[in-house]
Ligand binder design. Structure first.
Ligand SMILES: [Mn+2]
Length: 311
């Protein structure tokens, strides 16, 4: 459906239960929060379905909208590509999906899909403009959380002119971007910073810093006091080395298995390397889990990547 059709649908229904996806990120939470706030401004009953995986980082943004019920008259998913991503504990049928993933499986009765958008937040912005003229300050903040997190604070490859235009619109509508940027992109828990310190101090580098390896052990987790909440994006740390082309991160899982993530610039095929260890993924980002010691897997991956290195 189009944005106009979707807005008409939202006006015509009531009793909304909004679904955020499994391992919820800023886009699904910010988009659902803003949509919930806007629906309430329209006089509708709306709340977010409980999602037990919401982390400390995002909880305060969505707390005013979180309900206790996992059912509703009209169930709307936000930023969700397929039913596998339903939040834990939810079973049911989705009436309307609002999404930007090209991989959306059209699992809902109705779908508003704009696959060209960098974030789902931009679609919700258009919906709110259609429904209410403009987002209010609260919605503008929430939509900025959605947009800015999904494009890595306007640094990822999905950042386009439309993303910047949406951000400009949100600033005009009162989004307070300086404190939001600090909170979302420049603040880290003490435990996270200690953990990063340990990871960086044991970083291994080869091939004139083109190949970098980080190892994360359970002992580092214990010593730093880091929890799962502190482990976002650990796989990107090794790639921060100037000149990096291939970054390997091997992490000791709570059960003692070793999980590896491979990030490459495409010169080495990450899928092919990880397939050697029973894993998979994309050409530039893949992973595998092996029941072995982290240092052994790290050495094996270094050997495999070196063997596949383009001369
Ligand atoms: Mn998204």
């Amino acid at each position: 459906m189009t944005v106009t059709e979707c807005a008409a649908y939202l006006r015509a229904h009531d009793g909304y239960l909004l679904l955020t996806h499994k391992s919820p990120d800023g886009d699904t939470l910010g988009s659902a929060g803003a949509l919930c706030h806007a629906l309430r401004r329209l006089g509708k009953r709306a709340s977010l379905c409980p999602n037990p995986e919401i982390t400390e980082r995002y909880l305060s943004y969505v707390a005013p909208y979180l309900g206790e019920s996992r059912t509703g008259e009209t169930i709307v998913s936000v930023d969700m590509a397929e039913p596998k991503l339903y939040p834990k504990g939810f079973t049911g049928a989705v009436a309307l999906a609002i999404d930007h993933h090209p991989s959306n499986t059209f699992f809902a009765e109705q779908t508003l899909l704009k696959a060209e958008k960098a974030s789902c937040g931009e679609i919700v912005l258009e919906l709110i403009e259609e429904l209410l003229g403009a987002p209010d300050r609260t919605e503008a903040d929430l939509l900025y959380v959605a947009l800015s997190t999904d494009c890595g604070c306007f640094q990822y490859g999905n950042t386009d002119a439309a993303a910047h235009r949406a951000a400009a619109r949100l600033i005009e509508c009162g989004a307070e971007i300086a404190p939001l940027n600090k909170e979302l992109f420049r603040s880290f828990s003490f435990a996270r910073l200690r953990l990063e310190g340990m990871i960086f101090s044991t970083l291994h580098s080869e091939r004139d810093h083109q190949l970098n390896l980080a190892v994360v052990t359970r002992e580092m987790m214990r010593e730093s006091g880091a929890t799962e909440d502190d482990c976002d994006d650990l796989a990107n740390l090794a790639g921060k080395v100037a000149g990096n082309r291939v970054a390997i991160t091997v992490r000791e899982e709570p059960d003692g298995k070793a999980h590896a993530s491979l990030r490459t610039d495409g010169s080495v095929n990450a899928t092919e390397i990880c397939a050697l260890f029973g894993g998979g993924g994309h050409k530039m980002a893949s992973g595998c889990t092996v029941d072995t010691d982290v240092h052994i897997l790290a050495a094996q991956l270094l050997e495999a990547v070196n063997a596949a290195w383009p001369e």
